[in-house]
Write a protein that binds this ligand. Structure first.
Ligand code: ADP
Ligand code: MG
Length: 448
């Protein structure tokens, strides 16, 4: 669960709890007030009866009183029964007394005689406890319903407010998270500005500064690699030329010296290969590789590479075959760069296959463009290494030492991706590997 959801949840729970507590306290207070008001209503009713009784005893005429009481009994359901003691005799008002309701009655004897000077004049009212209690419960239920409804509205508003607040607070964190993701994906120099001067703003500034520093360091590394490799090339070229010249001389060299020179030449060539690869990686990183797409034939490029490697494959006891499966669409790519990719794949296949074995280079239409596959029956690659091999300097643990630098596949990937294509590998340890790259028919425009 993200911080945003957690924050919104905690705020919402807090608001809901506070609302529930407030509503409960409100209902309790209101219930007490309701009880009081009910008691007052009963008091008022009794007072009205007493008043009527006093007036009629003064006038000495109970008929008006009986009428009034009959009316009250009809209109006030809590008045279960009323009777009047007049001249020593009880008169039921509005018919005889019905049986007591469930819950019983509260009997109130209202002695109005003393005030009026008519001894023996009394009124007795029986109030239905059930009606009183039910009315109280009804009013309380209405109160609870109102409080619940208002509480629900408050909680809904609270939820909305929590979501908005959590969104506003975590939006800045998300901006930093996305910037860190960009930096991790290689977009060095990415800056993030979240405003304000609190801890989050300071974190954002720190991330921006770190990203800027990383960019500077990366530039420094690229410039360093580019200039070092560039500086290495000329003396290396001179060494190779000198050694070749010395070897070309027929006389004056004994076998030992010739062997030494051969070894020097071989090592110089390896070093030159490494330096050239490094230089090309640096050029790709700096967007300075000479990239000139033109109308070209992938089948032709791949076949040329196969022809070039045929003698070396034969020497290693390997059968190297070229297959073209179907007509390819017209395509545009840089044939020199793509030849470099195919060269690396075929040279790897030869390098990592012990004779006797077979290497097939297969070209076929694929999607809008075409694919080129190099399949070998060599040593294979451990499953957990396959994806890593396209990174610079990565080599599989089963690769014989001193057979390479680990730059070839990284270069191949950069070149293929520069063309808008993709490269992948699948392999089975001890059985062989298939490296395959695909190019679209129309490549992206060269970077300016
Ligand atoms: N056809 C293959 N069979 C087995 N392993 C391979 C094959 N191609 C590449 N690899 C593995 O990938 C690694 C990287 O290849 P690459 O980038 O061309 O570098 P290099 O050839 O200089 O070692 C190799 O060292 C090897 O471990
Ligand atoms: Mg290689």
């Amino acid at each position: 669960m993200g911080i945003r959801s957690k924050l919104a949840l905690v705020l919402s729970l807090g608001i809901a709890a506070a609302t529930a507590a407030t509503a409960a306290a409100f209902v309790r207070l209101q219930t007490a007030a309701l009880r009081e008001s009910e008691a007052e209503k009963v008091q008022l009713l009794l007072e009205t009866i007493r008043q009527a009784g006093t007036e009629s005893s003064v006038s000495g005429d109970p008929l008006v009183l009986l009428d009034q009481l009959a009316f009250l009994r009809k209109t006030r359901p809590e008045l279960h029964h009323v009777r009047v003691l007049w001249k020593g005799e009880w008169h039921d008002v509005g018919g005889s007394r019905p049986p007591d309701p469930p819950g019983g009655v509260a009997l109130r004897a209202l002695d109005v005689a003393a005030a009026a000077g008519h001894p023996g004049f009394q009124i007795e009212a029986a109030l239905s406890s059930r009606v009183l209690e039910e009315r109280m419960l009804r009013e309380r239920a209405a109160l609870v319903e109102n409080a619940t409804r208002s509480g629900a509205v408050v909680v809904l508003c609270g939820l909305l407010f929590s979501a908005l607040l959590a969104g506003a607070l975590t939006g800045r964190l998300r901006a930093i998270e996305s910037a860190v993701g960009d930096i991790g994906a290689g977009k060095l120099g990415t800056a993030v500005d979240v405003g304000g001067s609190d801890e989050i703003a300071r974190l954002a500034r720190g991330v921006s500064e770190m990203s800027e520093k990383l960019k500077e360091l990366d530039e420094l590394k690229k410039t360093f690699v580019a200039s070092v490799t560039h500086e290495l090339r000329s003396p290396l070229g001179a060494i190779q030329a000198q050694v070749r010249q010395a070897l070309a001389k027929d006389e004056g060299l004994n076998d030992r010296a010739r062997q030494s020179l051969d070894r020097i030449l071989l090592n110089a060539e390896r070093l030159e290969h490494f330096v050239t690869s490094l230089l090309e990686m640096a050029k790709i990183e700096r967007g300075k590789l000479d990239y000139q797409p033109k109308a070209a034939d992938l089948g032709r490029v791949a076949e040329d590479v196969v022809l070039f490697f045929a003698p070396r494959a034969k020497e290693a006891g390997l059968e190297l075959v070229f297959e073209s499966n179907g007509a390819l669409p017209p395509m545009r790519f840089d044939p020199d760069l793509v030849a470099q990719v195919a060269t690396n794949l075929v040279s790897n296949a030869i390098k990592f296959t012990k004779g006797p074995g077979k290497i097939v280079v297969r070209v076929a239409p694929s999607g809008t463009g075409a694919s080129c596959e190099v399949q070998d029956s060599g040593i294979g690659i451990p499953a957990d290494s396959v994806a890593r091999l396209f990174r610079p300097f990565e080599r599989a643990p089963n690769a014989p030492r001193s057979t390479g630098t680990g730059l070839g596949l990284a270069l191949a990937k950069s070149i293929v991706e520069m063309h808008g294509g993709s490269i992948s590998a699948r392999s089975e340890l001890g059985q062989g590997s298939v490296f395959r790259f695909e190019l679209p028919a129309a490549p992206p425009a060269p970077a300016a």
